[in-house]
Design a protein around this ligand. Structure first.
Ligand code: SAH
Length: 455
Protein backbone atom coordinates (compact mmCIF):
# COMPACT_ATOMS: atom_id res chain seq x y z
CA UNK A 1 0.00 0.00 0.00
CA UNK A 2 1.24 3.50 -0.82
CA UNK A 3 0.04 6.69 0.80
CA UNK A 4 0.07 10.34 -0.27
CA UNK A 5 0.04 13.72 1.42
CA UNK A 6 -3.04 14.51 3.55
CA UNK A 7 -4.15 10.87 3.74
CA UNK A 8 -5.57 9.99 7.13
CA UNK A 9 -4.63 6.67 8.63
CA UNK A 10 -4.97 4.70 11.83
CA UNK A 11 -1.75 3.24 13.16
CA UNK A 12 -0.40 1.54 16.27
CA UNK A 13 3.00 2.82 17.39
CA UNK A 14 5.51 0.00 17.82
CA UNK A 15 8.90 1.63 17.93
CA UNK A 16 10.67 4.93 18.46
CA UNK A 17 13.10 6.80 16.20
CA UNK A 18 16.30 8.73 16.99
CA UNK A 19 14.50 11.87 18.06
CA UNK A 20 11.86 10.10 20.09
CA UNK A 21 9.24 10.09 17.32
CA UNK A 22 6.82 7.14 17.23
CA UNK A 23 7.07 4.60 14.43
CA UNK A 24 4.26 2.36 13.20
CA UNK A 25 3.38 0.27 10.17
CA UNK A 26 0.22 0.09 8.06
CA UNK A 27 0.15 -2.61 5.35
CA UNK A 28 3.95 -2.59 5.13
CA UNK A 29 4.10 1.22 4.91
CA UNK A 30 6.17 2.81 7.72
CA UNK A 31 4.96 6.04 9.31
CA UNK A 32 6.83 8.35 11.67
CA UNK A 33 4.52 10.24 14.02
CA UNK A 34 5.92 12.87 16.37
CA UNK A 35 4.30 13.22 19.84
CA UNK A 36 3.31 9.57 20.08
CA UNK A 37 4.72 6.82 22.28
CA UNK A 38 5.05 3.06 21.86
CA UNK A 39 1.67 1.43 22.41
CA UNK A 40 -0.48 4.39 21.28
CA UNK A 41 -3.19 3.75 18.70
CA UNK A 42 -3.56 7.02 16.82
CA UNK A 43 -5.11 8.73 13.88
CA UNK A 44 -2.45 10.56 11.88
CA UNK A 45 -2.30 12.66 8.75
CA UNK A 46 0.49 12.18 6.21
CA UNK A 47 2.47 15.39 5.76
CA UNK A 48 5.28 14.08 3.60
CA UNK A 49 5.01 10.83 1.67
CA UNK A 50 7.82 8.70 0.21
CA UNK A 51 7.43 5.39 -1.53
CA UNK A 52 7.81 3.08 1.47
CA UNK A 53 7.53 5.49 4.37
CA UNK A 54 6.09 8.83 5.35
CA UNK A 55 6.02 11.49 8.06
CA UNK A 56 2.65 12.09 9.67
CA UNK A 57 1.17 14.55 12.16
CA UNK A 58 -0.74 13.31 15.17
CA UNK A 59 -4.46 14.09 14.76
CA UNK A 60 -5.97 12.15 17.63
CA UNK A 61 -4.95 9.54 20.16
CA UNK A 62 -7.62 6.87 19.80
CA UNK A 63 -6.29 4.52 22.47
CA UNK A 64 -3.47 5.82 24.66
CA UNK A 65 -0.56 3.50 25.40
CA UNK A 66 -0.62 2.08 28.93
CA UNK A 67 2.87 3.59 29.33
CA UNK A 68 1.70 7.10 28.49
CA UNK A 69 1.89 9.65 31.32
CA UNK A 70 0.85 13.29 31.66
CA UNK A 71 4.02 15.31 30.95
CA UNK A 72 5.03 17.45 33.92
CA UNK A 73 5.81 20.37 31.63
CA UNK A 74 2.89 22.07 29.87
CA UNK A 75 5.15 22.84 26.89
CA UNK A 76 6.58 19.35 26.42
CA UNK A 77 4.96 18.96 23.00
CA UNK A 78 6.01 22.35 21.55
CA UNK A 79 9.50 22.46 22.99
CA UNK A 80 12.49 21.05 21.15
CA UNK A 81 14.11 20.01 24.45
CA UNK A 82 12.13 17.01 25.69
CA UNK A 83 10.96 14.46 23.15
CA UNK A 84 9.65 11.60 25.26
CA UNK A 85 8.29 13.17 28.44
CA UNK A 86 4.92 11.53 27.66
CA UNK A 87 6.46 8.09 28.20
CA UNK A 88 6.81 6.84 31.79
CA UNK A 89 10.42 7.11 32.98
CA UNK A 90 10.61 3.38 33.61
CA UNK A 91 9.67 2.72 29.97
CA UNK A 92 12.08 5.38 28.73
CA UNK A 93 14.87 3.40 30.38
CA UNK A 94 13.65 0.07 29.05
CA UNK A 95 13.38 1.54 25.56
CA UNK A 96 16.91 2.95 25.65
CA UNK A 97 18.48 -0.31 26.75
CA UNK A 98 16.50 -2.16 24.10
CA UNK A 99 17.79 0.20 21.42
CA UNK A 100 21.42 -0.61 22.33
CA UNK A 101 20.67 -4.33 22.39
CA UNK A 102 19.01 -4.17 18.98
CA UNK A 103 21.98 -2.41 17.43
CA UNK A 104 24.45 -4.86 18.96
CA UNK A 105 22.41 -7.67 17.40
CA UNK A 106 21.66 -6.03 14.03
CA UNK A 107 25.01 -4.30 13.40
CA UNK A 108 27.38 -5.94 15.88
CA UNK A 109 26.44 -9.51 14.96
CA UNK A 110 25.65 -10.56 18.55
CA UNK A 111 23.08 -13.14 19.62
CA UNK A 112 20.71 -11.71 22.22
CA UNK A 113 21.80 -14.18 24.95
CA UNK A 114 25.46 -13.36 24.32
CA UNK A 115 25.24 -9.69 25.26
CA UNK A 116 26.68 -9.22 28.77
CA UNK A 117 24.25 -6.38 29.50
CA UNK A 118 24.13 -4.89 32.98
CA UNK A 119 20.98 -2.96 33.97
CA UNK A 120 20.78 0.60 32.65
CA UNK A 121 21.61 3.31 35.22
CA UNK A 122 18.70 5.75 35.38
CA UNK A 123 18.11 8.71 37.70
CA UNK A 124 16.12 8.53 40.93
CA UNK A 125 14.66 11.93 40.10
CA UNK A 126 14.87 12.54 36.36
CA UNK A 127 14.18 16.30 36.60
CA UNK A 128 16.26 19.40 37.34
CA UNK A 129 19.38 17.55 36.25
CA UNK A 130 20.93 20.06 33.85
CA UNK A 131 23.74 22.30 35.17
CA UNK A 132 23.60 24.57 32.12
CA UNK A 133 20.74 26.51 30.53
CA UNK A 134 20.67 28.98 27.66
CA UNK A 135 17.42 30.93 27.46
CA UNK A 136 16.75 33.04 24.35
CA UNK A 137 15.31 36.50 25.09
CA UNK A 138 12.82 38.19 22.77
CA UNK A 139 9.46 39.97 22.52
CA UNK A 140 5.94 38.64 22.25
CA UNK A 141 3.34 40.05 19.82
CA UNK A 142 2.41 42.82 22.24
CA UNK A 143 6.04 43.84 22.56
CA UNK A 144 6.56 42.45 26.09
CA UNK A 145 9.94 40.97 26.94
CA UNK A 146 9.96 37.19 27.13
CA UNK A 147 12.51 34.49 27.85
CA UNK A 148 12.00 30.82 27.18
CA UNK A 149 12.90 28.26 24.57
CA UNK A 150 12.68 27.76 20.83
CA UNK A 151 9.67 25.83 19.59
CA UNK A 152 10.89 22.53 18.06
CA UNK A 153 12.93 23.08 14.85
CA UNK A 154 12.12 26.83 14.68
CA UNK A 155 13.42 30.06 16.12
CA UNK A 156 10.20 31.41 17.53
CA UNK A 157 10.48 31.85 21.27
CA UNK A 158 7.86 30.39 23.56
CA UNK A 159 7.73 32.14 26.90
CA UNK A 160 8.60 29.78 29.75
CA UNK A 161 10.98 30.57 32.58
CA UNK A 162 10.37 27.31 34.41
CA UNK A 163 12.04 24.43 32.60
CA UNK A 164 11.85 21.17 34.57
CA UNK A 165 15.21 19.98 33.29
CA UNK A 166 17.08 22.99 34.64
CA UNK A 167 17.81 24.05 38.21
CA UNK A 168 15.13 25.98 40.08
CA UNK A 169 17.22 29.12 40.54
CA UNK A 170 17.09 29.70 36.76
CA UNK A 171 13.61 31.17 37.05
CA UNK A 172 14.66 33.65 39.74
CA UNK A 173 17.62 34.78 37.65
CA UNK A 174 15.51 35.23 34.52
CA UNK A 175 12.91 37.23 36.46
CA UNK A 176 15.64 39.50 37.74
CA UNK A 177 17.32 40.00 34.36
CA UNK A 178 14.04 40.72 32.56
CA UNK A 179 12.92 43.15 35.28
CA UNK A 180 16.25 44.93 34.91
CA UNK A 181 15.80 45.13 31.13
CA UNK A 182 12.34 46.64 31.63
CA UNK A 183 13.55 49.15 34.22
CA UNK A 184 16.39 50.35 31.97
CA UNK A 185 14.48 50.03 28.72
CA UNK A 186 16.97 47.53 27.32
CA UNK A 187 15.71 45.92 24.10
CA UNK A 188 15.91 42.21 23.39
CA UNK A 189 17.82 41.21 20.26
CA UNK A 190 15.69 40.64 17.18
CA UNK A 191 17.02 37.89 14.91
CA UNK A 192 15.31 39.18 11.76
CA UNK A 193 16.54 42.79 11.96
CA UNK A 194 19.79 42.15 13.82
CA UNK A 195 18.90 45.03 16.21
CA UNK A 196 18.43 45.03 19.98
CA UNK A 197 20.86 44.07 22.73
CA UNK A 198 20.21 40.97 24.84
CA UNK A 199 20.23 37.67 22.94
CA UNK A 200 20.51 34.89 25.51
CA UNK A 201 20.90 34.37 29.23
CA UNK A 202 23.42 31.60 29.93
CA UNK A 203 23.31 30.12 33.43
CA UNK A 204 25.66 27.46 34.84
CA UNK A 205 25.41 25.86 38.24
CA UNK A 206 27.93 23.73 40.12
CA UNK A 207 25.95 20.86 41.64
CA UNK A 208 28.62 20.12 44.24
CA UNK A 209 30.09 23.60 44.76
CA UNK A 210 26.68 25.40 44.58
CA UNK A 211 28.38 28.16 42.60
CA UNK A 212 26.31 30.07 40.02
CA UNK A 213 27.42 31.75 36.80
CA UNK A 214 25.30 34.22 34.84
CA UNK A 215 26.47 35.33 31.41
CA UNK A 216 24.37 37.65 29.23
CA UNK A 217 24.98 37.20 25.52
CA UNK A 218 24.74 40.68 24.03
CA UNK A 219 24.82 42.33 20.63
CA UNK A 220 27.14 45.05 21.97
CA UNK A 221 29.83 45.49 24.58
CA UNK A 222 28.05 46.91 27.63
CA UNK A 223 24.78 46.66 29.51
CA UNK A 224 22.97 49.76 30.86
CA UNK A 225 22.77 49.87 34.66
CA UNK A 226 25.38 47.11 35.01
CA UNK A 227 26.21 48.06 38.64
CA UNK A 228 22.55 47.80 39.59
CA UNK A 229 22.14 44.44 37.84
CA UNK A 230 25.28 43.06 39.53
CA UNK A 231 24.05 44.20 42.95
CA UNK A 232 20.72 42.43 42.44
CA UNK A 233 22.23 39.21 41.09
CA UNK A 234 24.73 39.07 43.94
CA UNK A 235 21.89 38.78 46.43
CA UNK A 236 21.25 35.25 45.12
CA UNK A 237 23.16 32.81 47.34
CA UNK A 238 25.99 31.11 45.45
CA UNK A 239 26.39 33.82 42.80
CA UNK A 240 30.05 33.57 41.75
CA UNK A 241 30.52 34.91 38.25
CA UNK A 242 28.69 37.57 36.22
CA UNK A 243 29.81 38.37 32.70
CA UNK A 244 28.88 39.47 29.21
CA UNK A 245 29.53 37.50 26.07
CA UNK A 246 29.78 39.62 22.94
CA UNK A 247 27.99 38.21 19.90
CA UNK A 248 27.38 40.77 17.14
CA UNK A 249 27.12 38.25 14.32
CA UNK A 250 23.90 37.46 12.49
CA UNK A 251 24.10 33.79 13.32
CA UNK A 252 22.34 30.91 15.05
CA UNK A 253 25.44 30.22 17.09
CA UNK A 254 24.63 31.28 20.64
CA UNK A 255 27.99 32.37 22.01
CA UNK A 256 30.57 34.77 20.57
CA UNK A 257 34.30 34.54 21.28
CA UNK A 258 34.78 37.63 23.47
CA UNK A 259 33.99 37.71 27.18
CA UNK A 260 33.70 40.82 29.34
CA UNK A 261 33.89 40.12 33.02
CA UNK A 262 31.46 42.13 35.16
CA UNK A 263 31.97 40.60 38.57
CA UNK A 264 33.87 37.63 40.07
CA UNK A 265 36.77 35.59 38.67
CA UNK A 266 35.19 34.76 35.33
CA UNK A 267 34.58 31.10 36.14
CA UNK A 268 32.95 28.71 38.56
CA UNK A 269 34.39 25.50 39.93
CA UNK A 270 32.71 22.15 40.22
CA UNK A 271 33.58 18.56 41.01
CA UNK A 272 32.88 15.19 39.50
CA UNK A 273 33.65 12.79 42.32
CA UNK A 274 36.85 14.13 43.87
CA UNK A 275 38.14 15.78 40.68
CA UNK A 276 37.84 19.53 40.40
CA UNK A 277 37.05 21.36 37.14
CA UNK A 278 37.19 25.05 36.28
CA UNK A 279 34.29 26.10 34.08
CA UNK A 280 34.17 29.37 32.13
CA UNK A 281 31.19 30.50 30.01
CA UNK A 282 32.85 29.03 26.91
CA UNK A 283 34.08 25.71 28.37
CA UNK A 284 32.58 22.42 27.38
CA UNK A 285 31.35 20.54 30.44
CA UNK A 286 28.99 17.59 30.75
CA UNK A 287 25.46 18.88 31.46
CA UNK A 288 24.25 16.13 33.80
CA UNK A 289 26.81 15.92 36.61
CA UNK A 290 25.01 13.24 38.64
CA UNK A 291 24.93 10.78 35.74
CA UNK A 292 28.35 11.85 34.46
CA UNK A 293 29.86 10.62 37.72
CA UNK A 294 28.12 7.28 37.20
CA UNK A 295 29.19 7.09 33.56
CA UNK A 296 32.84 7.78 34.40
CA UNK A 297 32.54 5.51 37.42
CA UNK A 298 31.47 2.70 35.09
CA UNK A 299 34.34 3.47 32.70
CA UNK A 300 36.75 3.43 35.65
CA UNK A 301 35.36 0.13 36.93
CA UNK A 302 35.65 -1.43 33.44
CA UNK A 303 39.22 -0.11 33.13
CA UNK A 304 40.09 -2.20 36.21
CA UNK A 305 42.94 0.03 37.37
CA UNK A 306 45.22 -0.84 40.28
CA UNK A 307 47.62 2.09 40.09
CA UNK A 308 50.26 0.47 37.85
CA UNK A 309 48.64 0.91 34.45
CA UNK A 310 49.43 3.04 31.44
CA UNK A 311 46.19 4.31 29.94
CA UNK A 312 45.37 6.16 26.70
CA UNK A 313 42.17 8.24 26.69
CA UNK A 314 41.25 9.00 23.07
CA UNK A 315 38.80 11.81 22.19
CA UNK A 316 39.40 13.20 25.67
CA UNK A 317 37.74 16.66 25.35
CA UNK A 318 38.69 18.74 28.40
CA UNK A 319 40.22 15.67 30.00
CA UNK A 320 37.31 14.77 32.24
CA UNK A 321 37.71 11.01 31.84
CA UNK A 322 41.53 11.27 31.75
CA UNK A 323 41.66 12.96 35.16
CA UNK A 324 39.11 10.55 36.57
CA UNK A 325 41.30 7.62 35.43
CA UNK A 326 44.53 9.32 36.56
CA UNK A 327 43.36 8.93 40.16
CA UNK A 328 44.01 5.17 39.87
CA UNK A 329 46.57 4.82 37.07
CA UNK A 330 50.34 5.14 36.79
CA UNK A 331 50.17 7.32 33.69
CA UNK A 332 47.36 8.64 31.47
CA UNK A 333 47.72 10.10 27.96
CA UNK A 334 44.84 12.07 26.46
CA UNK A 335 44.27 12.88 22.77
CA UNK A 336 41.84 15.50 21.49
CA UNK A 337 41.43 17.44 18.24
CA UNK A 338 40.30 20.81 19.69
CA UNK A 339 43.29 22.83 21.02
CA UNK A 340 41.21 24.96 23.43
CA UNK A 341 39.82 21.80 25.03
CA UNK A 342 43.41 20.63 25.62
CA UNK A 343 44.24 24.01 27.23
CA UNK A 344 41.36 23.38 29.65
CA UNK A 345 42.49 19.78 30.18
CA UNK A 346 46.02 20.90 31.14
CA UNK A 347 44.63 23.62 33.40
CA UNK A 348 42.37 21.09 35.13
CA UNK A 349 45.29 18.70 35.62
CA UNK A 350 47.26 21.52 37.31
CA UNK A 351 44.28 22.46 39.45
CA UNK A 352 44.16 18.89 40.77
CA UNK A 353 47.95 18.60 41.15
CA UNK A 354 47.97 15.61 38.85
CA UNK A 355 51.34 15.04 37.30
CA UNK A 356 50.70 11.67 35.74
CA UNK A 357 48.67 12.99 32.78
CA UNK A 358 49.90 14.26 29.45
CA UNK A 359 47.80 15.61 26.60
CA UNK A 360 48.25 15.61 22.82
CA UNK A 361 46.44 17.87 20.36
CA UNK A 362 45.48 16.12 17.15
CA UNK A 363 43.32 13.48 15.55
CA UNK A 364 43.27 10.19 17.41
CA UNK A 365 43.74 8.38 14.09
CA UNK A 366 46.95 10.37 13.46
CA UNK A 367 48.46 10.87 16.93
CA UNK A 368 48.12 7.25 18.00
CA UNK A 369 49.72 5.61 14.90
CA UNK A 370 52.46 8.24 14.87
CA UNK A 371 53.29 7.72 18.54
CA UNK A 372 53.12 3.97 18.12
CA UNK A 373 55.46 3.88 15.15
CA UNK A 374 57.89 6.50 16.39
CA UNK A 375 57.96 5.86 20.14
CA UNK A 376 56.59 2.33 20.44
CA UNK A 377 54.07 3.57 22.98
CA UNK A 378 52.36 1.01 25.14
CA UNK A 379 48.96 0.77 26.84
CA UNK A 380 47.42 -1.58 29.39
CA UNK A 381 44.05 0.03 28.82
CA UNK A 382 42.70 2.24 26.02
CA UNK A 383 39.55 4.28 26.61
CA UNK A 384 37.70 5.86 23.67
CA UNK A 385 34.78 8.31 23.77
CA UNK A 386 34.36 9.32 20.11
CA UNK A 387 31.79 11.68 18.55
CA UNK A 388 28.68 10.25 16.84
CA UNK A 389 30.55 8.95 13.81
CA UNK A 390 32.57 6.58 15.98
CA UNK A 391 36.27 5.70 15.66
CA UNK A 392 38.21 6.04 12.45
CA UNK A 393 39.38 2.65 11.18
CA UNK A 394 43.02 3.75 11.34
CA UNK A 395 42.53 4.38 15.04
CA UNK A 396 40.97 0.95 15.63
CA UNK A 397 43.74 -0.67 13.60
CA UNK A 398 46.39 0.92 15.82
CA UNK A 399 44.52 -0.09 18.98
CA UNK A 400 44.63 -3.70 17.78
CA UNK A 401 48.38 -3.39 17.05
CA UNK A 402 49.05 -1.90 20.47
CA UNK A 403 47.17 -4.86 21.89
CA UNK A 404 46.05 -3.44 25.26
CA UNK A 405 44.59 -5.92 27.71
CA UNK A 406 41.35 -3.92 27.92
CA UNK A 407 39.48 -1.46 25.72
CA UNK A 408 36.74 0.65 27.29
CA UNK A 409 34.41 2.13 24.70
CA UNK A 410 32.15 5.04 25.78
CA UNK A 411 29.60 5.95 23.13
CA UNK A 412 26.70 8.31 22.42
CA UNK A 413 25.72 6.47 19.24
CA UNK A 414 24.98 2.76 19.46
CA UNK A 415 25.10 2.19 15.68
CA UNK A 416 28.76 3.20 15.36
CA UNK A 417 29.49 1.56 18.72
CA UNK A 418 28.15 -1.76 17.42
CA UNK A 419 30.17 -1.40 14.21
CA UNK A 420 33.42 -0.69 16.09
CA UNK A 421 32.85 -3.41 18.69
CA UNK A 422 32.39 -5.89 15.84
CA UNK A 423 35.73 -4.76 14.38
CA UNK A 424 37.49 -5.41 17.70
CA UNK A 425 35.64 -8.70 18.29
CA UNK A 426 36.93 -9.94 14.93
CA UNK A 427 40.48 -9.10 15.94
CA UNK A 428 41.01 -10.77 19.27
CA UNK A 429 38.75 -8.94 21.73
CA UNK A 430 35.73 -10.21 23.65
CA UNK A 431 32.92 -8.05 24.99
CA UNK A 432 32.81 -8.64 28.74
CA UNK A 433 30.36 -5.99 29.94
CA UNK A 434 27.87 -3.52 28.49
CA UNK A 435 26.07 -0.85 30.48
CA UNK A 436 23.88 2.08 29.48
CA UNK A 437 23.70 5.29 31.48
CA UNK A 438 20.79 7.69 31.03
CA UNK A 439 22.47 11.09 30.79
CA UNK A 440 19.51 12.83 29.16
CA UNK A 441 16.15 11.76 30.65
CA UNK A 442 13.13 12.71 28.45
CA UNK A 443 15.23 12.78 25.30
CA UNK A 444 15.91 9.84 22.99
CA UNK A 445 19.65 9.87 23.70
CA UNK A 446 21.59 7.35 25.74
CA UNK A 447 25.26 6.74 26.57
CA UNK A 448 26.78 3.27 26.62
CA UNK A 449 29.98 1.85 28.09
CA UNK A 450 31.45 -1.41 26.80
CA UNK A 451 34.35 -3.36 28.25
CA UNK A 452 36.36 -5.43 25.77
CA UNK A 453 39.07 -7.79 26.92
CA UNK A 454 41.89 -9.38 24.95
CA UNK A 455 41.69 -13.14 24.96
N1 SAH B 1 35.59 12.37 26.74
C1 SAH B 1 35.17 13.73 26.78
C2 SAH B 1 34.52 14.25 25.48
C3 SAH B 1 34.00 13.28 24.50
S1 SAH B 1 33.12 14.05 23.18
C4 SAH B 1 34.24 13.96 27.95
O1 SAH B 1 33.72 13.01 28.52
O2 SAH B 1 34.03 15.10 28.32
C5 SAH B 1 34.13 13.63 21.79
C6 SAH B 1 35.36 14.48 21.64
O3 SAH B 1 36.09 14.03 20.52
C7 SAH B 1 35.10 15.96 21.38
O4 SAH B 1 35.79 16.71 22.35
C8 SAH B 1 35.67 16.21 19.98
O5 SAH B 1 36.26 17.49 19.84
C9 SAH B 1 36.71 15.13 19.88
N2 SAH B 1 37.08 14.66 18.52
C10 SAH B 1 36.32 14.61 17.41
N3 SAH B 1 36.98 14.02 16.41
C11 SAH B 1 38.20 13.66 16.89
C12 SAH B 1 39.35 13.01 16.33
N4 SAH B 1 39.35 12.57 15.08
N5 SAH B 1 40.42 12.82 17.13
C13 SAH B 1 40.42 13.24 18.40
N6 SAH B 1 39.38 13.88 18.98
C14 SAH B 1 38.28 14.09 18.24
Amino acid sequence: MEYKKNDLLTVTIEDMGHDGEGIGKVDGYTVFVKDTVIGDKVQAKIMKAKKNYGYARLVEIMEPSKDRVEPRCAYARQCGGCQIQALSYEKQLAYKQQKIENNLIRIGGFQKEEIPMQPIIGMEDPYHYRNKAQFPVGCDKEGHLIAGFYAGRTHSIISNRKCYLGVEVNEQILNLVLAHMEAYDIPAYDETTGKGLVRHVLIRYGFQSKEIMVCLVVNGSRIPGAEDLIAKLREIPGMTSISLNVNQEKTNVILGKELINLWGEGHITDYIGAVQYRISPLSFYQVNPVQTERLYGTALEYAGLTGNETVWDLYCGIGTISLFLAQNAKQVYGVEIVPQAIDDARENARLNHMENVEFFVGKAEEVLPEQYERNQIYADVIVVDPPRKGCDEKCLETIVKMSPNRVVYVSCNSSTLARDVKYLEERGYRTERVRCVDMFPHSGHVETVVKLKKW
